[in-house]
Design a protein around this ligand. Structure first.
Ligand SMILES: Cc1cc2nc3c(=O)[nH]c(=O)nc-3n(C[C@H](O)[C@H](O)[C@H](O)COP(=O)(O)OP(=O)(O)OC[C@H]3O[C@@H](n4cnc5c(N)ncnc54)[C@H](O)[C@@H]3O)c2cc1C
Length: 285
């Protein structure tokens, strides 16, 4: 740990206290990994990120490897209690020259780790996603793949508030990674906790054929609700959150462009939301 700290700055030791595969065997593996930090001074907010640091090897020629992951839980208790939080980690593979693939370094380390193992983490780090202060804000969350992890934390947070969330909450998601099954598998269907909330609606993109792109993934869920999304966007209390892989922001823009029926009206609306700090993106490749 001391060697890592010298190179990377402050590092916290977490303990892995739970690891569950949340996708069926015939889908890509996504695991819910629960970490505990035995330091009551460790705090995080919904939407933040942490760094995971794993040892390097002679093979990679690196001492450490670090990757960022969204905290997929609501805010830490902040009352002196020990903090626990979830990560939703997809077991990734990298394509290598010649067409083969090699295991992703950090995701495999995390997915293979056993309960009780120490995990070095850094952060928490800010992300563009934070729960708005006013509880009558409308939230439109659009995500693909592991981007959905960040939304889990935001949703848990707003419905944990004692005052009750008054704004409308809409989640549009799709994934060919199997991440969407997080919300389909009854045992782990934590969205079910919110179905009785009048303000909450979740829309999963259902596909009749394998998707070829992120656009394919999102289009069915968004297109059929485009008018409602567009109308919510006319409300100055509405925030948009975009998360996930590749060209999700472009795909969403194209669909909303159609809903607005005018390039200039769409551009003005988006610019208005951006200026007000009501438009947040976390897009990674
Ligand atoms: C801001 C941010 C938040 C992130 N949040 C999450 C999260 O909550 N959950 C999560 O599982 N990952 C998340 N990631 C991705 C994560 O940081 C790693 O990049 C991923 O786990 C692969 O690392 P690796 O060391 O296993 O793979 P490497 O050894 O680095 O190999 C990388 C390979 O994995 C592919 N890859 C990288 N990320 C993904 C991904 N998310 N989905 C599919 N393929 C990918 C790359 O295209 C490449 O082929 C996030 C990334 C960023 C930048």
């Amino acid at each position: 740990m001391a060697a890592i700290t010298r190179v990377l700055g402050p590092v916290t030791e977490a303990t892995l206290v739970g690891t569950t595969r949340i996708t069926p065997p015939d889908c890509d593996e996504v695991r819910r990994i629960r970490l505990r930090v035995d330091d009551p001074g460790f705090h995080f907010s919904a939407g933040q990120l942490i760094g995971v640091i794993v040892p390097g090897s002679k093979l990679t020629g690196r001492r450490f490897h670090t990757r960022r992951y969204s905290i997929a839980s609501g805010a830490s208790p902040g009352d002196g209690r020990v903090a626990e939080f979830d990560l939703l980690v997809r077991r990734c593979f990298a394509v290598v020259d010649g067409g083969g693939r090699r295991p992703g370094l950090v995701s495999h380390y995390l997915c293979d780790a056993a309960v009780g193992e120490p995990i070095a983490i850094s952060g928490p780090f800010p992300s563009p996603f934070r729960v708005p202060d006013r509880d009558d804000a409308n939230l439109i969350m659009i995500g693909t793949g592991t981007g959905v992890a960040a939304f889990r934390g935001l949703i848990q947070d707003i419905y944990a508030r004692k005052t009750g969330w008054k704004g409308q909450v809409r989640l549009y998601y799709g994934a060919h990674t199997g991440m969407d099954l997080l919300y389909r598998n009854e045992e782990t269907d934590d969205l079910a906790n919110y179905y009785d909330r009048q303000s909450f609606k979740a829309f999963r993109a259902l596909m009749s054929k394998p998707p070829e792109s992120d656009r394919d993934l999102l289009e069915p869920a968004i297109r059929s609700n485009a008018q409602e999304i567009w109308e919510l966007m006319q409300d100055g209390r509405t925030h948009v959150f975009l998360a996930g892989l590749h060209r999700i922001a472009d795909a969403f823009e194209d669909l909303m462009h159609e809903a607005a029926m005018s390039a200039s009206v769409w551009n003005e609306t988006r610019a208005w939301m951006q200026q007000d700090g009501r438009w947040s993106e976390m897009v990674y490749s």
